[in-house]
Design a protein around this ligand. Structure first.
Ligand SMILES: CC(C)(COP(=O)(O)OP(=O)(O)OC[C@H]1O[C@@H](n2cnc3c(N)ncnc32)[C@H](O)[C@@H]1OP(=O)(O)O)[C@@H](O)C(=O)NCCC(=O)NCCS
Length: 190
């Protein structure tokens, strides 16, 4: 298996186990397992990209910047989902910008629909948030979704994130429609 991690996630000792799941950095070898659920319309309909075939997916999946922020979620040794953990700078005024470097993370998640409805995404994301705050020492985590993506914003609320933004027809969906969006966040001291 090729090691692919470079960046903030190196600070975490992998794999990380939860009650039912194992989280670990994605490697190029995970492309086919990940494609099994990302290829499904019910999944890709909400995602930034919907590649037409495995090769198109692979070329994006293998980009070092993308791999470096991607984790996979295993259930009984099988990859059933993936997570994004992208460490970002907070907005800051110029004089204090240095103190705002790398202090927050944007999170993302995908679960194979065959495994929906058992709380696996909740379990994985709760652990991801714990890692962000307790191991990486970040001060804030955020996540965004289309407002119509009920499963995703319900997950954000289950893990205790707060709805901080509701944006009106600001995001263009590949259907051609401009859709509403929502932004959620949680602070470490909450
Ligand atoms: C968003 C997504 C990850 C949520 O998956 P999910 O299966 O709804 O979430 P969980 O795995 O946490 O399961 C929660 C469900 O299991 C139930 N559940 C059962 N046991 C549970 C447990 N131990 N803990 C928590 N929930 C449990 C919950 O009640 C909930 O059911 P409900 O939706 O009927 O209320 C999934 O819908 C998905 O991958 N969507 C496509 C990709 C996507 O949109 N990604 C986000 C882009 S912004």
């Amino acid at each position: 298996m090729m090691g692919a991690m470079t960046g903030p996630l190196d600070a975490i000792s992998w794999p990380v186990r939860t009650e039912r799941l194992t989280l670990r950095p994605a490697t190029p070898d995970d492309v086919e397992a990940t494609w099994r659920f990302r290829r499904l319309d019910v999944v890709s309909r909400w995602l930034t990209r919907a590649p037409g075939d495995l090769e198109a997916f692979r070329s994006h999946f293998e980009e070092p910047d993308r791999l470096a922020k991607t984790l996979v979620v295993e259930l009984d040794g099988v990859v059933v989902g993936d997570l994004m953990l992208q460490v970002d700078d907070a907005w800051a005024q110029a004089e204090v910008a240095e103190r705002a470097h790398g202090v927050q993370a944007e999170l993302g998640w995908v679960l194979h629909p065959d495994h929906a409805g058992h709380g696996y995404a909740t379990e994985a994301v709760r652990e991801l948030i714990r890692l962000c705050f307790e191991v990486l020492g970040l001060r804030r985590v955020t996540a965004n979704c289309f407002a119509d993506n009920d499963a995703s914003w319900r997950l954000m609320e289950r893990v205790g994130m707060r709805r901080e933004a509701y944006t009106v027809r600001e995001s263009l969906h590949r259907s051609g429609e401009w859709l509403d969006g929502m932004g959620y966040a949680l602070l470490a001291d909450e």
